[in-house]
Design a protein around this ligand. Sequence first.
Ligand code: LIP
Length: 270
Amino acid sequence: MRPDPSELLELAGRVAREAGEMLRAGIGHLRIDVTTKTSGTDMVSEMDRASEALIVEGILAARPDDAILGEETGSRDGTSGVRWVIDPLDGTTNYLYRHPIWAVSVGVEVDGRAEVGVVVAAGLGEVFTATRGGGAWLDGAPISVSGATDLAGALVGTGFGYAASRRGRQAVVLPHLLPAVRDIRRNGVASLDLCWVACGRLDGYFEAGGQPWDVAAGLLIATEAGASAAGLDGGPVVPESVMVAAPGVAPALFALLVGAGADEPLKPPH
Ligand code: LIP
């Protein structure tokens, strides 16, 4: 039997808010258990792990047959056809530097398709949600993308990877982009960048090299709010290749990014 999206939304919201509250209460405490993962700048702390443990425990208590993909604990199989895609602390670097911009991101897929997205920005006191076909919401109020139509006036978000070599290749786009838009923003939190496109705080966002947990919830929230989405090669959007924008600027922005080789960092180095 297909699960009821409103029940999945309720559960996703509950576990994400609990984890967000735990993280908010813990920010600023001296972090003793900070290690690194894929590179010297890719930090993970006991708070990332504690947040994921809390979320996974809450999900499995209610839905023991579901599958889970979590940034810190990896993949767990299920039999229900439902999969939870979790970033327990998106913006770890911001969090450890005590910036207020970080989030808990929970996406829910049914039979491989995104059906529910929840992004809790507990440091900012905001909750973004969406269900497929049900629109996108901020703290219970409907949201939609900006009405921007002029690329020269567009505010565009982006992000960079943890590997120095990749950052160098990602920077190649900037000389093409910066003269062509209002400005760029590097917030450090993909899930929130996507939500800020959804509510018009950004007119577009792109990033090469993201992970499924960075974008699972935010992509649904952005597209349910009216955003156009594509891969950096102009093909379908996938976690590691994302560009989204308000429809009025999407064609121009997407053409610029494809023309500037924004997908280059995803290709094997020459
Ligand atoms: C972060 C992403 C961000 C990206 C960072 C990092 P994390 O996720 O949200 O978009 O630019 O390099 O990957 O590691 O804080 O969960």
